[in-house]
Design a binder for this molecule. Structure first.
Ligand code: MG
Ligand code: MG
Length: 260
């Protein structure tokens, strides 16, 4: 069942989403060679909790971290560890925050320092473009197939591999809810979305094959050919004539949260 949110619920989802956007802005300051992914995770947890939220992914299905941090050929669900970021790495931060029982979920990909090659830069640019084109398909009465079709079409224009095993989802009083929002689909097919529904759209696109496997840690998902992968995700509210991004990135940090 796809839940239609009340105004009060939407306001809580807006606040959760705002904190997720802020967390990305806060963490971006620390994305430099030499920092460990565990330290980024610690900073994320401290920041999210300082804003009156909890980390949605901490302990979710047993996840051993506060946010997911995946590098290069890792697609999603990377566990924070003592590994250090290196110049040219692609680092994906998947951040979830819960405010008064309601969640926000947004992943973003970043290049550490200078990119290793133009292909990596293009991968990020094109995956973000796929996300944005997916969002443009959203309005009252659209289907999840309309969104998936728009994401897939953009990804294939650039010859990127589209991960099929992992999908976007409804967001609300749980971080993963109905409906599934695949990154492929047929227009006018799939569940219909209406004003007041809240979903996360999250293309995971690869420079090579779409195929993936799971590491022995039972969490980290990697590309089969070890080529790089990117992940971009926003949580959005469906509106009468479009959508509202709840995990906006144009939010302003408080002065005390800016690293001098
Ligand atoms: Mg996410
Ligand atoms: Mg998600």
């Amino acid at each position: 069942m796809i839940v239609t949110r009340t105004e009060d619920e939407i306001n809580k989802l807006r606040e959760a989403g705002r904190i997720v956007g802020l967390t990305h802005k806060y963490l971006q300051q620390f994305i430099k060679p030499g920092i460990s992914t565990k330290e980024l995770d610690r900073l994320a947890k401290a920041f999210i909790e300082s804003k009156g939220c909890t980390c949605s992914f901490e302990g979710l299905y047993g996840f051993p971290g506060s946010i997911c941090i995946s590098l290069n050929n890792e697609v999603v669900h990377g566990i924070p560890s003592h590994r250090k970021l290196k110049e040219g790495d692609i680092v994906k931060l998947d951040v979830g925050a819960c405010y008064q029982g309601y969640h926000g979920d947004s992943a973003w990909s970043y290049i550490v320092g200078k990119p290793n090659c133009k292909k990596d830069e293009e991968l990020l640019k094109w995956t973000e473009e796929s996300l944005m084109n997916g969002l443009k398909a959203i309005h009252d009465g659209c289907t999840t197939g309309d969104i998936g079709h728009a994401v897939f079409k953009t990804a294939r224009k650039y010859n990127l591999g589209v991960v099929r095993e992992l999908v976007g989802h409804g967001v609300g009083d749980k971080v993963h809810m109905d409906p599934d929002v695949p990154n492929y689909g047929t227009e006018k097919k799939g569940p219909t979305l209406h004003t007041g529904n809240v979903i996360a759209v999250e293309p995971m696109l690869n420079l090579g094959t779409a195929d993936i496997y799971m590491l022995d840690d039972n969490w980290t998902i990697c590309t089969d050919d070890d080529k790089n992968s990117a992940h971009f995700e926003h949580t959005v509210l469906v509106t009468d004539d479009g959508y509202e991004i709840l995990t906006r990135r144009d939010v302003e940090l408080d002065p005390e949260d800016i690293v001098k």
